[in-house]
Design a protein around this ligand. Sequence first.
Ligand code: ATP
Ligand code: MG
Ligand code: FE
Length: 334
Amino acid sequence: IYILGLETSCDETAAAIIKNGRDIIANVVSSQIESHKRFGGVVPEIASRHHVEQITLVLEETLHQADMTFSDLDAIAVTKGPGLVGSLLVGVNAAKALAFAHQLPLIGVHHIAGHIYANRLMKEFAFPLLSLVVSGGHTELVLMEEHGSFQVIGETRDDAAGEAYDKVARTLNLPYPGGPHIDRLAAQGQPVIDLPRAWLEEGSYDFSFSGLKSAVINTLHNAEQRKQAIKAEDVAASFQQSVIDVLTAKTVKAAKEYRVKQVLLAGGVAANKGLRAALEEQFAELADIELIIPPLSLCTDNAAMIAAAGTVLYEQGKFEDLAMNGYPGLDIEQ
Ligand code: ATP
Ligand code: MG
Ligand code: FE
C-alpha cells in the first residue's frame, strides 16, 4: 500500500510517500522558520500564504524523489487538525482536489496521531504502548491499546512543553524557535538555580509549565535588579532539568502502572538531547519496556508521520468524503 501524506498544520509544508505504513519512499519538508523568525513566532497569515506557494512544489519534489505518479498511489492522507485553520485548509484542499482528480480515497489524520506514528517508521508497535507527546502545542501521555485508538491519561493544564521552551528562550533573547537553542545552552551550563517542579496532585499524570516559566522570568528579573551576574547557560540547564525531571518521572510511572510493552517519544520537543538521554537512562533499567525515539527529522513536523498514521485508517476503511474540512481544535480521542 502506497499512501501520499500531506502536512500543513503549522509552519512546515510537507509531503511524503510511505509504503505499508512503515517504509519511507520519499519525504520532503519545506520549513518557513526563516519567515517567522523576525516576529518571534508563527504568524498565521504568513504561514497560510507560504503553504499556498510551497505545496505544489513540495508535492512535485516528493513524486520525483519517489519516481512515482498518482497511478502508483492507493490513497491520499492529510492532516485535518488540530492546527492553524488557514494553514490546515491549504493541505486539506490540496488533498481533496488530488483525491477527486485522481479518484483516490481520502484520509483525514489527527496531527498528534501523526507525531505518535512517526515511531512506527522506526519499529513495529507492540500494544499496550504509552506515548509521551511533547510538541509546540501539546504535552500529553497517550495510551494505545490498539492501532488508531488513543486515550489521553494526562495532559498539560497550561503551556505545552515546546511553548515553555520558546517563551523561556525569548526571555533569554534567543531566536525562534527557542527549543534547540535552550537545549544547546543547557549542555554548557549547570542546573544550579533552584526552580520548581510541578508534580500536581498525587497520582495525576497532568503537567503544568507556566509556573516554571514564571519562575525563570522572576529569577532573571531579580538578578538584573540586584545587578547579579547570572549565566544564560545555567538558566537553560536549570529550566531543562526541571522539565525533564517531571516528564521522565511521570512517563516511567505511567508505563509501569499501565504495564505497557513500549514507550514512544513524539513531537518537536522529542528532539531535545537532554530529554532523550534522560529517558534512555531511565528505561535502560526497565528491561521489559522498549523505548523508541525517532530521529530528529521525524520528531518535528513532517508528512511521513501523517502517511504512516493514514495507512492504519486506510486498513480500517476510515475514509473522508470530499466535504472534509479543517478542524483547528480536533480531539485525538474521537
Ligand atoms: P503541535 O505538534 O502541538 O501542533 P507544532 O507542530 O508547532 O505543535 P512541533 O513542530 O511538533 O510543534 O514542535 C515544535 C516545538 O519543538 C517548538 O516549540 C520547538 O522549540 C521545539 N523543539 C524543537 N527542537 C527542540 C529541542 N532540541 N529541545 C526542545 N524543544 C525543541
Ligand atoms: Mg512546526
Ligand atoms: Fe507538530
